[in-house]
Design a protein. Structure first.
Length: 313
């Protein structure tokens, strides 16, 4: 079922910019409250003290810092994306959440297609990951490139540290923070709210999907991963638009993050020999094969909901 005017977020009074300002304020308030709660819990349950909080991401990275970072990241995302997003929809938009999260219209074949599309595209996306990582900026913004690469290296050190799984319980905690919460929260905000709002503003769904994908990628503040994340945003955007059900892009986002974490865990445990963290493109023939699979599965996904729409009518 394609998104139509039956979508309540596309039939609200024309105040999209005003409501976007409210959304941003609610997001930062929710993020602040969530991180504040996470900070209090971290100080009470670890040897971390308040004086060390500004240096959380600096070396040396300790187990106390790992726990605090995960707590701040998880509760901050919960507050900013999920709780603030749901409150915004109920209070500001005054819609029933079932219009976005519709369990009754979940289709098993569409679920399988979503999973295959995302995993297949992960192989294709390696060519953009490698290209973006090796991208050089023009000389007149070389200062920005140097700053961006320093930030990229800092974030990589933290990411590598957080994904050094000493036990299965550590894996579960990181899986929750990196796969489950972002899968629900980021799709709720970016696809469920922003994409619909930009559809109202620009009157063109393709522009709305593109603008939302740009914001989605830019939000992560990783400029040398901007392009591959942009394509992921486009993928999730069309999956949502074609289906009209937010559970599908949530599933896609969850699979993308979760599948990566599972491969990292299995590699570290010695069960597989593929190091997913090596950011090199697969051979061109592999890229072409998975490109064909991705395109065919996307067409099948689109066709599934075209057929469902005709059946509903």
């Amino acid at each position: 079922m394609l998104i139509t005017t039956k979508n309540p977020l596309l039939s609200q009074p024309p105040k999209p910019w005003y409501s976007l300002i409210i959304l941003v304020l609610m997001f930062f308030a929710g993020m602040f409250i969530g991180q504040f709660i996470g900070l209090i819990i971290s100080v009470l349950t670890t040897d971390l003290n308040l004086a060390e909080v500004p240096e959380l991401l600096s070396l040396p990275l300790t187990e106390e810092k790992r726990a605090a970072i995960l707590m701040l990241q998880g509760l901050g995302a919960m507050g900013g994306f999920i709780i603030a997003g749901l409150i915004y929809l109920v209070i500001v938009e005054r819609i029933q959440l079932s219009t976005l999260f519709n369990w009754k219209q979940i289709n098993l074949w569409a679920v399988i297609l979503t999973i295959v599309i995302v995993i297949s595209f992960m192989f294709v996306n390696t060519i953009f990951i490698e290209w973006n990582m090796n991208l050089s900026f023009p000389g007149f913004i070389s200062g920005f490139e140097e700053w961006a690469r320093e930030k990229e290296e800092e974030l990589k050190l933290v990411t590598d540290f957080l994904t050094e799984f000493g036990s299965f319980s550590q894996f579960i905690i990181v899986f929750l923070v990196v796969a489950v919460i972002p899968g629900i929260g980021e799709e709720l905000i970016f696809r469920g709210i922003l994409q619909n709002k930009f559809h109202l503003i620009f009157k063109n769904i393709h522009v709305a999907i593109l603008v939302t994908a740009v914001l989605f990628s830019g939000f992560h503040m990783q400029f040398f991963g901007f392009v591959p994340r942009l394509f992921l945003g486009l993928l999730f955007g069309y999956i949502y638009y074609w289906s009209g059900n937010l559970w599908y892009p949530i599933l896609g986002h969850f699979v993308n993050n979760g599948f990566t974490l599972i491969l990292i865990y299995l590699y570290q445990a010695g069960h597989i020999g593929i190091d997913i963290e090596v950011q090199e493109a697969y051979p061109l023939n592999i890229i072409l094969i998975f490109s064909v699979i991705t395109i065919y599965m996307l067409f099948s996904f689109w066709k599934q909901f075209q057929y469902q729409k005709q059946t509903d009518e």
